[in-house]
Design a protein around this ligand. Structure first.
Ligand SMILES: [Zn+2]
Ligand SMILES: [Zn+2]
Length: 280
């Protein structure tokens, strides 16, 4: 049996068309014991477009996530009622770019309707989401330097349960653009992020979306998962990052097997930001 899927989206996220009911049905059909919906809230566009005085740069430049936050909390409340039975529903959120406003992000973490926060970094300040960047015009090493610096700042800030897909830019730089990266260059910086997360009692997720994408590996990959374990990391969640019902639970079996092979004997989910462990 799959232990959990702790990272999924519905049509409250700009990049998903999935209705809540379809996602819950998929989770029930897979007999998932623990399931979270973690819709996108991007702190860099929390206020209305008028507040920023900018034009949307592309179809995903959605503004006014403040209103979306209330919708997500209401939807999670409804999902908990609908889930019932053997499915334990976790009220989650994927909080993007908390570094855009750390004090606001801290108050969102404290929302009592929330069980679980994934902190993610999808774009650097002044840049598009890594998904939209043209890598023939970018310096991937400089981008990754800036990315891990920003992720380190988020790790030190600490108001989250897990860091999401910590090697996110590689999905596009290595996977889609096919650019090879000297991963040794970033290893010590990532180790410092891990040490900070572990010292703060926080965790990381093993995001299994990469298994079904060109990248072909989870975020992070085996080498970094082993590093996290070797440094004392024990808080690990598993998430498919499904944006449609067909992907609920996708790659979780492989992710759980990889975690086991790396020495993890349990994985984790959160209720009111408290970790609960499930044996693998
Ligand atoms: Zn994400
Ligand atoms: Zn996501």
């Amino acid at each position: 049996m799959l232990p959990m899927d702790l990272h999924t989206h519905t049509n409250l996220s700009p990049d998903s068309d999935a209705a809540l009911g379809e996602m819950l049905r998929a989770a029930q059909e897979m007999a998932l014991p623990v399931f979270a919906v973690t819709d996108h809230i991007e702190l860099c566009r929390w206020y209305s477009q008028g507040f920023y005085g900018t034009q949307p740069r592309n179809e995903e430049d959605f503004y006014d996530y403040a209103a979306r936050w209330e919708q997500a909390m209401e939807q999670n409340r409804r999902a908990r009622m609908l889930a019932g039975g053997s499915l334990r529903f976790v009220s989650g959120i994927e909080l993007g770019e908390p570094d855009a406003d750390f004090s606001l992000a801290e108050s969102l973490y404290r929302d009592v309707r929330l069980d679980f926060t994934i902190a993610s970094l999808h774009e650097l300040q002044g840049k598009l989401d890594f998904y939209f960047l043209d890598y023939t015009r970018e310096d991937p090493e400089a981008l990754l330097d800036a990315y891990y610096d920003a992720l380190y700042a988020i790790a030190k800030w600490g108001f989250f349960d897990v860091l999401g897909h910590i090697t996110y830019p590689l999905r596009y730089i290595c996977g889609d653009a096919g650019i090879a990266i000297n991963e040794a260059r970033y290893r010590e910086r990532i180790a410092e992020i891990f040490r900070t997360v572990i010292a703060g009692g926080k965790g990381i997720e093993l995001n299994t979306s990469g298994y079904r994408q060109k990248y072909g590996k989870p975020f992070p990959d085996e080498a970094l998962l082993r590093l996290y374990k070797d440094l004392g990391g024990s808080v690990l969640t598993l998430g498919s990052d499904a944006h449609r019902p067909e992907d609920v639970g996708a790659g979780i079996a492989d992710g759980a097997a990889l975690a086991g092979a790396c020495g993890f004997d349990k994985v984790c989910f959160f209720i009111r930001h408290e970790p609960h462990f499930i044996r693998l």
